[in-house]
Design a protein around this ligand. Sequence first.
Ligand SMILES: NC(=O)c1ccc[n+]([C@@H]2O[C@H](COP(=O)([O-])OP(=O)(O)OC[C@H]3O[C@@H](n4cnc5c(N)ncnc54)[C@H](OP(=O)(O)O)[C@@H]3O)[C@@H](O)[C@H]2O)c1
Length: 394
Amino acid sequence: MASTPPYTLKWGIMATGRIASSFVKDLLTDPTTRNVYDVRHQLVAVASSTSKEKAVDFCARVKAPSGVKTYASYTELVADPDVDIVYVATPISHHFQNTMLALEAGKPVLCEKAFTVTASQTKKLVANARAKNLFLMEGVWTRHFPLSVNVRELVSSGAIGTVYRVIADNSFNQDLPDSKLGFADSHRMVNLDLGGGAMLDLGIYSLTWLMQILYHLQPEKEKESPTVVSAINKYHTGADEMTSFIIQFPKHKSMGIGMTALRIASGVDYGFTGGPAIKIQGSGGEIQVLGPAFKPRQYRVIKKDGGGEIEVVDCPFPKDKNRDDWGHGMYWEADECARCLRDGKLESDTLPLDESIVIMELMESVLKQGGVEYPEIITNDVYDPNSLLNTGKA
Ligand SMILES: NC(=O)c1ccc[n+]([C@@H]2O[C@H](COP(=O)([O-])OP(=O)(O)OC[C@H]3O[C@@H](n4cnc5c(N)ncnc54)[C@H](OP(=O)(O)O)[C@@H]3O)[C@@H](O)[C@H]2O)c1
C-alpha cells in the first residue's frame, strides 16, 4: 500500500534577524532526521522591513533553495497568496502590530515569544484570530521538545506523586565592570522601546516551566489561574535586569518560584555539575531538568522510594548532516504548526491561546509590581496597518 505523502506547510518569514535565521535553518532540515514523516516545511518568502537586499542576504545566509521570494516590506509578505503561515520574528515591541497585520491579511501566524508587551494586546490577537478562524500560536519552542513532552507525561502519570512546587531559573551571565551589562543600551535585551528586559525575554522560560507543570496539567474542570508576587531590580535603561516571582495556586496547594537575571548565570554549566536550574518537586520524588531552561538537554528522575537510584534521560537535538550538521530544536514547534493546519485546528493543545493569555497577564503583573513602564507606542492595543512598527520606521 502506498504511504500518504507528508503534508507540506509553506512559510513566509517576517524579519531577518538572529532567531529568524535559526528558525529557517531548522525549517530547511530534513524532517526524517528527527523521525518525522507526516509533515514537512517549505520556505516560500522572506521579508525585511528595511530593504530587499537584507532579505536576499538572509536567503544566502541560510542557504535557501532558489525561488524563494524576497520582499522589502511586511505588507507585501502577508499579501503573498503562496504563503500558508507567517512566522513573526521581530522584537517583542512589534509583535502585536505585526501579528495583527498578518491576521488581517488572512494569514495564520506563529509569533515569537513573548507574545506581546501587554495582556490586552494578546487578548486582541486571540479574539481576532478566533473571529477570522485563523490558526495562531505563541512561539515558545521549549514546550514542543520531546524532553518537555516526556516530563509532562511523567508528571501526569504520577511518577513523582502530587507536584506541589516547581523552581525554575533562566539567567544569563552578562555582568561587566562599572555596573554595565554586555549589551549596548540600544540592544533589544535592555531597550524599553523594543520591549527589552529580562522578564519578557528570558523569565518567560522560567515561567514556562512553572506553567507547563503546575497549570497546563491541571484537569480542565479544576483549572485555577495563579496569583503572582514579584521583586525587580532595574537596569539604568529602566528595563528589569533581575526579576523573581512566585505564582501561587491555593486550591491545589502548589507554588512556582521563577527567577531570571542578566548579571549572573543559572549555574556555571546550567546544572550539569552544580544544581539544576529546574526542579519539579512532588510528594513521591523530584524531576530535575538540566541545561538552560530554554533548551534543556537532560532530565533526572529521583524517586523517594527508589533507594537513591537516579534515572538519567538524555534528549538530543537531531542534526541534518546534509545541512552542515544543523539542528537547533525549533523544528518541533514548526511541526506542531504543520499538524494543526493539516488537521484544521486553530490552536495548539500544547500551548493553548487561553494559556498564553494567562501567561501574559502574569508577566504584565510581575513587571507592573516592579514599576517597569514601556512606551505608549508599544503598549497600545489599537491595530494600525500604517503603524511605524509595521512599516520599518520604528
Ligand atoms: N525562541 C528563541 O529561542 C528566541 C531566541 C532569541 C530571540 N527570540 C525572540 O525573537 C524575536 C527577535 O529576536 P532576535 O534575537 O532575532 O532579534 P534581532 O536579531 O535583533 O532581529 C530582529 C529583526 O526584527 C526586524 N526589526 C524590525 N523592526 C526592528 C527594530 N526597530 N529594531 C530591530 N529589529 C527590527 C529586523 O529585521 P528586518 O529589518 O529585516 O525587518 C531584525 O533583524 C524576539 O521576540 C525574541 O524574544 C526567540
